[in-house]
Design a protein around this ligand. Sequence first.
Ligand SMILES: Cc1cc2nc3c(=O)[nH]c(=O)nc-3n(C[C@H](O)[C@H](O)[C@H](O)COP(=O)(O)OP(=O)(O)OC[C@H]3O[C@@H](n4cnc5c(N)ncnc54)[C@H](O)[C@@H]3O)c2cc1C
Ligand SMILES: NC(=O)C1=CN([C@@H]2O[C@H](COP(=O)(O)OP(=O)(O)OC[C@H]3O[C@@H](n4cnc5c(N)ncnc54)[C@H](OP(=O)(O)O)[C@@H]3O)[C@@H](O)[C@H]2O)C=CC1
Ligand SMILES: Nc1ccccc1C(=O)C[C@H](N)C(=O)O
Length: 450
Amino acid sequence: MELSQKYDGKVAVVGAGLVGCLASLALAQRGYDVTVVEYRQDPRLEDTTDRNLRSINLAISARGIDALRFVGNELCEKVLHDMMPMKGRMIHDIDGRQKELLYGIANEHINSISRAGLNCDLLDELDAVSNIDICFEHKLTRIEWGDSKQVCHFVQNKEPMTFDFVVGADGCFSTARSQMQRNLRMNYKQEYIDCCYIELYLPPRKDGGFVMAKDDLHIWPRGKFMLIALPNADGSFTVTFFAPWSQVDSLVKSKQETKNFLQTNFPDAMDLMGLDSTADEFINNPKGPLMCVECLPYNLSNGSAILIGDAAHSMVPFYGQGMNCGFEDVKVLMQLLDKYRGDRSVAFNAYTATRHEDLVAINKLARENYKVMSESVTSVWFNVYKRIDETFSRVLNDSWLTLYTMISFRADISYSDAIRRDNRQRRIIKWISISSLMAATVIACRRLSQ
Ligand SMILES: Cc1cc2nc3c(=O)[nH]c(=O)nc-3n(C[C@H](O)[C@H](O)[C@H](O)COP(=O)(O)OP(=O)(O)OC[C@H]3O[C@@H](n4cnc5c(N)ncnc54)[C@H](O)[C@@H]3O)c2cc1C
Ligand SMILES: NC(=O)C1=CN([C@@H]2O[C@H](COP(=O)(O)OP(=O)(O)OC[C@H]3O[C@@H](n4cnc5c(N)ncnc54)[C@H](OP(=O)(O)O)[C@@H]3O)[C@@H](O)[C@H]2O)C=CC1
Ligand SMILES: Nc1ccccc1C(=O)C[C@H](N)C(=O)O
């Protein structure tokens, strides 16, 4: 897509991950001369050895899709070709019974997509744009900040490069961020949560079919720990186990104990996955830490640098929103650049001023969703509340929307507005419940006294 507004400048996008790729395409459309500097090798090379083996698939929903469309309809169609719709949570109880809880009232769905596939497809798009250069195996180590020129330094004797500005999209351990911190009073918070994740695998049937419903996100909620499974286009599922570190540490000491644990808590999943091989994977696969990162501001005030994606706001994965939010960052930033006709200083400052509230909101929701997935989905009150909430939504249409719908299916409602609207709705439901209870008590008392 070509835009009529064009701006001048040479920009370094640090990181060719999901968010860095989308940002590069959007910046190139606006006329910038884009150089993407990426630490890793090109993931499309067959002999790539440092391919990321974690978080094989991701859930993409309205905000991510809307941001991709903002950059280009055709791009969006191309890169989302293989996604698998998931219309609800399929809850597996300890006896293997399954119950589906739909995400939306109008058959809305989130979608499972391969992380590597999406990243490679986006990189192919970058290759096709003349004003984008990609430099793989360029690990940023240091930035010399100047008034108008920023000099980026890399490892392994790679030549330094000079840019007008830098977009930091280098993930949760961002070097761009730590370099900005040397030039800016940036508040920064990093917190590991007490939860470890292990990725496991559920293969397809021999004929390539799915062994469980393919259009749901499967959950085995067990209180402090849980197993989840997202479908892949080839008939397999990527299964992820989440639990406190102490529990994982004690389990992996003994294969027999691991087997007992898996068989006791997830018998139906083990029938499908194979107990012995899953226990081996459980013990040997990488154990991932989970953390939240928040910082403020996101930019240098003279317009020479800005942070987007996980570099600015890494969140725990439980709402499936990290990448979606990072893609939305790109859209919001481009809208501001267009609004201020390429005045980076004004646009970047406006970004920090307006975006922070939403980023804090989704970070908090992401943390809270662990309890929802691992525990609340099995509670009577959660299910009664869901019914009431959805009934109001059916009757009142757009003026009442469930929180999940606002976050996952409505890109036009900001994260912070979604929380505000949900809080108001909760107060109304609470008030109606209390009033109904009081009315019922009064009626019962009257009847008894007659
Ligand atoms: C288990 C798990 C499940 C998840 N599931 C979902 C989900 O379902 N839905 C969702 O929306 N999000 C999900 N997320 C979050 C999602 O993975 C991230 O939000 C997303 O990958 C962020 O993209 P990014 O481009 O900002 O960062 P990254 O994907 O980390 O990309 C950063 C890039 O920068 C490069 N880099 C790093 N340092 C340097 C350097 N010094 N110099 C040059 N390059 C550098 C890295 O090599 C990398 O390629 C999940 C995360 C985890 C851990
Ligand atoms: N919010 C969360 O809880 C988490 C989010 N993520 C996000 O998921 C995506 C994919 O992650 P993935 O590729 O597996 O990330 P990795 O764990 O592979 O980390 C990416 C790079 O960051 C550096 N790094 C790793 N751990 C540390 C550390 N403790 N301190 C400093 N630097 C570190 C490493 O660089 P080097 O080789 O130089 O050491 C590594 O190559 C990323 O967006 C990441 O931001 C990932 C994990 C948790
Ligand atoms: N992709 C994920 C990865 C890890 C943990 C959860 C997700 C989800 O997407 C959860 C979904 N949004 C849910 O609320 O059921």
